[in-house]
Ligand binder design. Structure first.
Ligand SMILES: [Zn+2]
Length: 496
């Protein structure tokens, strides 16, 4: 804000200077009125000009800033009430029933940022793949979103990460060039100035659990917390040198603090989201469109024709009238709300129309107590630090560590051994497996250096089963013959 106050002061100063200069320039011929006329212009009218210019100078002095401010307001064409941040073209189909309501009947301005262009996916329509598929996916997504009234859509061109054996958010953050994508997302929050941000759940879940989805949620959370701080990416909020001329390097955006952050999930089970956020019915008929939000969601999905789990089901639902796939309510999880409100209230509950003050988060706080001798590593260890650093205080209680794997799947599980003592510590690890499981590696005896952590990559083979069921795996640590903690993972076998 200070930047713009200073710009306004600058503008008044410049107007005063202009008026003063006019007075000075026009005074010269008046003083030299005995000289010959220049190109036939009469001297007499010039006598009045110094008075006019001086009057302008005085008016600028007395009237103050308002009439003279030359800093235009933010571009209203891109103002959003709600900014949706997703990873792939078609991720928005999970919440399209709500988005249709928000735009078409609640008259919310909705914008979408998609971090990738879906270049690693299948193509049911033709041979086009990779970079060519990205062009098609972007066009499909724009058409889909336009069908429910959303036209401000941007793509960040992070690479679509091919599905690995087990999704790990840290892989996507690496593949995406995390810092670059974060800077771009901060820019889009400052450009669109959303009241509410909706993104994908930053957590490991049994379900599709795509690491790109999690990465979108992680970076969106970081951008939510940075965009209101003018010292972060300051070139974005610095006043441009001269906006009416060329080659400006400073971007002229305003710092912006969104007020609420919500998540949606690609989990195959939704028991854990009950009561954690609002739920929106899709069987309700849209007052403006005279069809259900489920039908609008099917219409939106039908444009993603290259994607087997999105476009064809949408087309089929529209053709047959069987909209059951789109009729479950759309649930959200409240990430955080600097403006308060209840978890299950409307996403705009408690929000204010004016710009909201920067809401600093606590940031990373080292644990005062020593870490346990063993814990789940990789994404689980990352999220255990990430959630509290970003004030996502509901997340640690949302669901216990879980993973979905296929029947018979051979998959890795990262573990971390910690030693907070001054001596090398010998840690014995053994696993407790349900019947039918096979341990490829993980159990053993490990030496952990003083005040250090040591990764252990366990690997298991799930039992071949045709039905989907939850099973529990526990790794137990011992040091010097004494129990030293355990790490438990619940696994939905056949639930990937
Ligand atoms: Zn996706």
């Amino acid at each position: 804000m200070n930047l713009w106050a200073s710009t306004a002061r600058h503008a008044v100063f410049r107007l005063e200077n202009l008026a003063f200069a006019l007075a000075t320039i026009s005074a010269k011929p008046a003083l030299a009125e005995s000289r010959p006329l220049h190109r036939g212009f009469p001297v007499a009218p010039m006598r009045a000009f110094p008075l006019l210019a001086f009057g302008l100078f005085l008016a600028a002095r007395l009237a103050g800033a308002p009439a003279a401010i030359s800093s235009p307001p933010p571009d209203e064409r891109f103002k959003a009430d709600l900014l949706v941040i997703i990873a792939h073209p078609d991720d928005e189909t999970l919440i399209a029933g709500y988005l249709a309501r928000a735009v078409l009947d609640d008259h919310r301005r909705v914008a979408v940022v998609c971090t990738t262009r879906g270049n690693a996916g299948q193509n049911l329509v033709g041979f086009e793949q990779a970079a060519s598929l990205a062009e098609i996916r972007e066009a499909e997504a724009r058409a889909a979103l336009t069908a429910i009234g959303i036209r401000n859509v941007w793509f960040l061109r992070a690479p679509d990460t091919p599905a690995p054996e087990v999704h790990d958010v840290l892989r996507s953050l690496g593949a995406w060039n995390h810092g670059q994508i974060l800077g771009e997302l901060v820019r889009f929050i400052r450009l669109t100035r959303p009241t509410v941000v909706i993104t994908m759940l930053p957590d490991v879940v049994a379900g599709e659990n795509h690491e790109d989805h999690q990465a979108a949620g992680v970076i969106a959370t970081e951008a939510f917390d940075l965009a209101g701080d003018p010292t972060k990416l300051p070139e974005q909020v610095a006043t441009p040198e001269d906006r009416l001329f060329y080659g400006n390097l400073m971007e002229g955006l305003r710092p912006w603090q969104p007020q609420k952050l919500y998540f949606f999930t690609d989990a195959s089970h939704l028991d854990f989201v009950k009561g954690q956020g609002p739920e929106y019915s899709t069987t309700v008929v849209s007052p403006s469109q005279h069809v259900s939000y489920a039908r609008l969601a099917a219409t939106e999905a039908s444009f993603h024709r290259t994607q087997g789990d999105t476009g064809p089901p949408g087309e089929k639902a529209l053709a047959t009238g069987d909209l059951s796939f789109y009729e479950p309510p759309v649930p959200f999880v409240l990430g955080k709300s600097p403006v308060g409100g209840t978890p299950t209230g409307d996403v705009f509950e408690g929000t204010v129309a004016r710009p909201f003050a920067f809401a600093a988060v606590r940031g990373f706080q080292p644990q005062s107590s020593p870490k346990p001798a063993i814990e789940l590593g990789g994404p689980w260890a990352f999220y255990a630090d990430f959630w509290p650093a970003h004030n996502l205080d509901r997340m640690p209680q949302l669901l216990a560590p879980e993973l979905g794997v296929g029947g018979g799947q051979n998959f890795p599980v990262p573990l971390l051994l910690h030693n907070g003592t001054d001596q090398v510590r010998v840690v014995t690890v053994r696993v407790q497996l349900p019947p039918g499981w096979t341990e490829v590696k993980g159990s053993g005896v490990f030496a952990v250096a003083a005040h250090d952590s040591s990764p252990v990559q366990a690997r298991l083979i799930a039992p071949r089963t045709t039905k989907s069921e939850w099973q529990q795996i526990t790794w137990i640590a011992e040091t010097e013959g004494q129990p030293a903690g355990s790490a438990t993972l619940r696994v939905l076998v056949g639930g990937q």
